[in-house]
Design a protein around this ligand. Structure first.
Ligand code: AMP
Ligand code: GLY
Length: 416
């Protein structure tokens, strides 16, 4: 089987590793991939999405797996174009991927299908947004893709007003509306499901750590670490999430004619009033994929290929018991900026843990160096959380580069 995976980060490195370890030994290609991914997959160099589809047809690709979200909503959409070309695609059509690409679309979907979420108003102008600031803290969300920077949780009016000025007057993310919504409290949870038309399969839950510094201080990032385990959430709460959130979402997609085949990521807040949806993402999480993928057992390739062709077969895979903990090492300046070109040492000393490359490249001496904000994910699994945490940190500590930033409380905060 020939599989093409789109993306280039740690999530794709983890997905490609899991696919390559699956029985059947598929031949894997990555677009665009990375130097680290190139050790498992052949990188494809083409100038455009249309050229990629043409290349897939010529190469006889049997399955396309969408790692990142961007191509899902580019041009006519990755999945739509694959469908026209007769290539099964694991990742939703353009119109369904609006659940991630547009916050206003997602909120309208949630409201229409009575799925628990925060109250909200969609504002078209700065004045409307200012008028909607009725209590604090308050949450402001730019209605479009903004590389993880489009959401502000504002404790005060002054902070909210300055975000409104940047987004609605200075237009730092380009044109678009602003969603103003009430602030929810409680621990967050990432629930992943495979959706195949009217069928669904809930996968291993995870939790990510979005702030740059320990104790959830400092600005939001793409994620500084993640924990995956069945034990993160009780069977009762998971059953409630399935009943009140997952099932109505699947039914809503069908009712609205939004065909969906792919991973769907429910970003949830476990509030005192029950679980509520913060956001949908039309892909696996990053860094949650790095934590979850090492726990996958069984025929992962067969599972994804069958699901992309319309047959969801949960019995093909399983998830190991215990805990998986992922610790990210980020580069100097992240998240405001990032520094590339710092040489990484110690990679070859890591033992008994997995290393996924989020943002690295090989320099002319064939050594890996930093190439982005999040650089590496080190992931350890064990039967207990404490063991997994100790192992992940002991192995992460072997890795060095100038300016390295790493939280010390992944897998500890929100549990102790
Ligand atoms: P989003 O991109 O919508 O997931 O938002 C990014 C982060 O902002 C979330 O992971 C939460 O930490 C926070 N956030 C988003 N919406 C809310 C909300 N209504 N209440 C509190 N925090 C929120
Ligand atoms: N872990 C956050 C995300 O993937 O969007």
């Amino acid at each position: 089987m020939k599989i093409l995976v789109t993306g280039k980060g740690g999530r794709e490195h983890a997905l490609i590793t899991a696919l390559s370890e699956s029985p059947g030994k598929p031949q894997i290609f990555a677009y665009p991939g990375s130097d680290a991914i190139a050790e498992l997959a052949t990188r494809v160099e083409v100038p455009s999405l249309v050229a990629l589809i043409e290349w897939m047809k010529q190469e006889g690709i049997d399955l396309c797996v969408a790692g990142e979200e961007a191509l899902l909503v580019k041009d006519e959409g990755l999945a739509n174009l694959c469908e026209q070309a007769g290539i099964p695609c694991w990742g939703p059509r353009r119109e369904s991927a609006q659940l991630e690409a547009s916050k206003a679309f997602a909120k309208a979907f949630l409201k229409k299908h009575r799925i628990p979420t925060a109250d909200y108003t969609v504002c078209q102008t700065a004045e409307e947004a200012r008028a909607a600031l009725n209590r604090f803290p308050i949450v402001l969300k730019f209605d479009g893709l903004a590389a993880g920077k489009g959401v502000a949780v504002c404790p005060t009016r002054a902070e909210a007003e300055s975000f409104i000025t940047e987004v609605m007057e200075q237009r730092v993310f380009g044109p678009g509306n602003l969603v103003v919504e009430s602030c929810l409290t409680g621990p967050e949870l990432s629930v992943f499901a495979s959706i195949c038309d009217d069928q669904y399969h809930i996968l291993m839950p995870a939790r990510d750590y979005k702030r740059i510094r320990d104790r959830d201080e400092g600005p939001n990032t793409g994620g500084m670490g993640a924990v995956a385990s069945r034990e993160i959430v009780s069977p009762e709460v998971l059953a409630r999430i399935e009943r009140e959130i997952v099932i109505p979402t699947v039914q809503g997609l069908i009712q609205d004619g939004l065909r969906y085949r792919g991973f769907l990521y429910f970003g949830l807040m476990l509030t005192p009033d029950g679980p509520k949806v913060i956001e949908y993402n039309c892909r696996f999480g990053d860094p949650e994929a790095e934590a979850v993928m090492p726990l996958v057992r069984g025929d992962f390739v067969g599972y994804v290929a069958a699901a992309a062709s319309g047959k969801l077969q949960p019995e093909r895979i399983d998830f190991a018991d215990g805990w998986s903990i992922c610790v990210i090492s980020a580069s100097a300046g992240y998240p405001a900026s990032s520094r590339s070109g710092d040489v990484i040492s110690g990679l070859e000393q890591v033992e008994g843990a997995r290393v996924y490359h989020c943002g690295t490249r090989k320099n002319p001496d064939n050594l890996f160096e930093t190439n982005g904000g999040r650089v590496l994910a080190v992931v350890a699994t064990a039967m207990t959380r404490v063991e997994a945490r100790e192992k992940a940190y002991a192995e992460s500590a072997k890795i060095h580069f100038d300016g390295l930033q790493r939280r010390t409380d992944i897998g500890q905060m929100h549990f102790d």
